[in-house]
Design a protein around this ligand. Structure first.
Ligand SMILES: Nc1ncnc2c1ncn2[C@@H]1O[C@H](COP(=O)(O)OP(=O)(O)OP(=O)(O)O)[C@@H](O)[C@H]1O
Ligand SMILES: [Mg+2]
Length: 150
């Protein structure tokens, strides 16, 4: 596990870029923390670090935004609006997990039972002018990612 305090939105973006360097193909990364904690912000940094130059919109309304990068696809989900995890299966999202793709999932808890166990969890806690971030490896793949981030 690693923890750090991020003092500005820019620091969150830069830390996301650092995380991106460690992410391996096939990683499922769960983003935890309350509304406004910075889950979309850190995802923006991760996508930037993976070479995405354009905008990163919050996936809250479409539930998923898809980024076809040079060597792999990143699926950025937000399950906040999910009421029953069955909706994830009905929408065909289950097939987007696994394989070579990277999944960044906000509110992954709401998908429990319909999606695999994450490889890493990134938890953000909210302070007025800063955020605390902690990264935990759950799987062996997640551990490999974390070793490169440290
Ligand atoms: N390290 C930081 N210190 C202070 N403010 C920050 C920091 N990082 C991000 N922020 C601010 O916190 C907010 C984070 O919003 P963001 O949309 O990323 O949250 P979220 O966790 O995705 O929320 P939601 O659950 O609604 O999707 C933004 O206003 C951003 O400017
Ligand atoms: Mg968000």
């Amino acid at each position: 596990m690693m923890t750090k305090t991020l003092h500005s939105e820019e620091e969150t973006l830069l830390f996301g870029e650092l995380i991106a360097k460690g992410l391996k193909a096939g990683t499922f990364c769960a983003l935890e923390g309350p509304l406004g904690a910075g889950k979309t912000c850190i995802s923006r940094g991760i996508l930037r670090g993976m070479g995405h130059a354009g905008h990163v919109k919050s996936p809250t309304y479409p539930l998923v935004e898809i980024y076809n990068l040079k060597t792999l696809t990143v699926y950025h989900f937000d399950f906040y609006r999910i009421i029953d995890p069955i909706e994830i299966l009905e929408a065909g999202f289950r097939d987007m997990f696994g394989g070579e793709n990277i999944c960044l999932v906000e509110w992954a808890d709401k998908g429990k039972g319909s999606i695999p166990i994450p490889d890493i969890t990134i938890s953000l806690t909210f302070n007025r002018d800063s955020r605390n971030i902690s990264i935990n490896a759950i799987s062996q793949l997640g551990q490999q990612c974390l070793e490169e981030i440290l």
